[in-house]
Design a protein around this ligand. Structure first.
Ligand SMILES: Nc1ncnc2c1ncn2[C@@H]1O[C@H](COP(=O)(O)OP(=O)(O)OP(=O)(O)O)[C@@H](O)[C@H]1O
Length: 401
């Protein structure tokens, strides 16, 4: 029997932003209505903004039945950098010839990420990893970022993105005297809809504790320098848990493994893989992933001085670099090889220009191949963004009755 997923469920859901504040007041339902209005304006589409979505029981239980594709095209971001103050610059200022220098932090970056995928942005220090994560998470001043970011082909309105995504910072402030379970319960009280009963919130917290692999640490206090508590890796997973309590569609993380030993880093990324596989898009910046960690990643985006130099799966790396003329020797760590080669090229007079161009040609070739092989690159199954979001959350709440 078809099940009716009424969107008025969504109407009653208020969400909270990353700091536990009400997310700029509109509910998810209101925002979804707004998405419908954007479509109408853009396409002349007369579809009512608030439709009742019909879904069968099978489609609700089907794993990863609702695809989400985040695409970013030609992202470019520059800032004005003040010149150092010296006699020459002072003289030029006095003559009215003083000029600030423009620094390009992101230069024509395109790519995509799909639900179920764990995507890593890699590159040397200062290559623009954090800036790209910030740009995608809408944490860059409006107007200064050029290019487009879309979800399922529809441009993401910033308020909607805020509700359906989460950004995990490196150092979340946690209360040292609370246990892991209490910390997550505290987050549930603040961030889950007010309409949720206490028992629903408890169920969500218990499911999250298992997803984060924190069952054995659930009753341990967070602790601090003076009081022994959870380990660094567990602490990082608690921070992630706080930010994903509302089951975001997109999760952004800036260097989630920094400062952790390789085993703790692996466990954090394993949790991120689990989160992705439960139906989210997970994008993170990472400095130098170990060989073991690389095995968990679905897609890599290498940057060099703000430009993309490789965009593909870890399995694509050997073919890419052998086609480029620098085959990766057997048994060599592929990411280390790539990062070393990029660093080497950066030190040459031509820089990474040839690699940037080669990557562009490679992307075009891949795109042409995919379009011929699959036909449609974005398998949204005919759902509008609004319908896909509604279905995802109805499905999510269905899990915690
Ligand atoms: N507001 C800004 N003004 C000027 N330069 C900036 C600004 N923000 C970032 N940068 C510069 O942009 C470059 C990219 O910075 P970003 O933090 O994104 O690099 P990263 O790859 O994440 O580095 P790391 O691995 O060290 O964290 C750096 O050279 C940085 O100094």
């Amino acid at each position: 029997m078809p099940r009716v997923v009424a969107e008025n469920l969504m109407d009653s859901i208020d969400f909270y932003d990353q700091r536990g504040q009400m997310a700029a007041s509109p509910s998810l339902g209101e925002l979804l209505k707004y998405v419908g209005d954007i479509r109408k304006d853009a396409n002349g589409d007369e579809t009512p903004a608030h439709r009742v979505l019909e879904m069968s029981e099978t489609s609700i239980d089907e794993p990863r039945a609702l695809p989400f594709v985040l695409k970013f095209n030609n992202l470019t971001y520059s800032v004005n950098v003040r010149r150092k103050l010296n006699f020459t610059s002072l003289y030029r200022d006095l003559c009215g010839r003083g000029e600030d220098r423009t620094k390009v932090l992101l230069n024509d970056i395109s790519g995509e990420a799909r639900d179920g995928e764990l995507v890593a942005v890699l590159g040397a220090s200062g290559s623009g990893k954090s800036t790209l994560i910030d740009a995608l998470a809408n944490r860059i001043a409006k107007g200064s970022l050029k290019g487009t970011v879309t979800l399922n082909g529809e441009q993401l309105e910033s308020r909607l993105l805020k509700v359906i995504s989460a950004y995990v910072m490196q150092d979340d402030l946690l209360f040292p005297m609370l246990t892991v379970e209490e910390t997550l319960m505290f987050a549930a009280e603040f961030r889950l809809p007010r309409t949720f009963s206490k028992s629903k919130k408890k169920l969500r917290v218990q499911a999250l504790i298992d997803q984060l692999g924190l069952r054995n640490a659930a009753k341990t206090v967070i602790g601090d320098e003076g009081h022994r508590g959870v380990s660094g890796g567990e602490r990082r997973r608690v921070s992630i848990g706080i930010d994903i309590i509302h089951d975001p569609i997109i999760l952004f993380l800036d260097e989630p493994t920094s400062g952790l030993d390789s085993t703790s880093a692996y466990m954090v990324v394993k949790v991120l893989q689990r989160i992705a596989q439960s139906g989210s898009i997970v994008m993170m910046s990472v400095h130098q992933p170990s060989y073991r960690l690389l095995g968990l990643l679905d897609r890599l985006l290498f940057l060099s001085r703000g430009q993309p130099v490789f965009n593909g799966s870890p399995a694509d790396l050997p073919l890419f670099f052998s086609d480029f003329g620098n085959p990766i020797p057997d048994k060599e760590n592929r990411t280390e090889f790539a990062l070393d080669l990029i660093r080497e090229l950066e030190g040459t007079p031509g820089g990474t220009k040839r690699l940037v161009e080669f990557n562009k040609a490679w992307q075009n070739m891949k795109r042409a191949h995919n379009t011929t092989a699959i036909g449609d690159e974005t398998p949204t199954r005919g759902l509008t963004l609004k319908e896909a979001i509604s279905a995802k959350y109805s499905k999510g709440y269905y899990k915690y009755p």
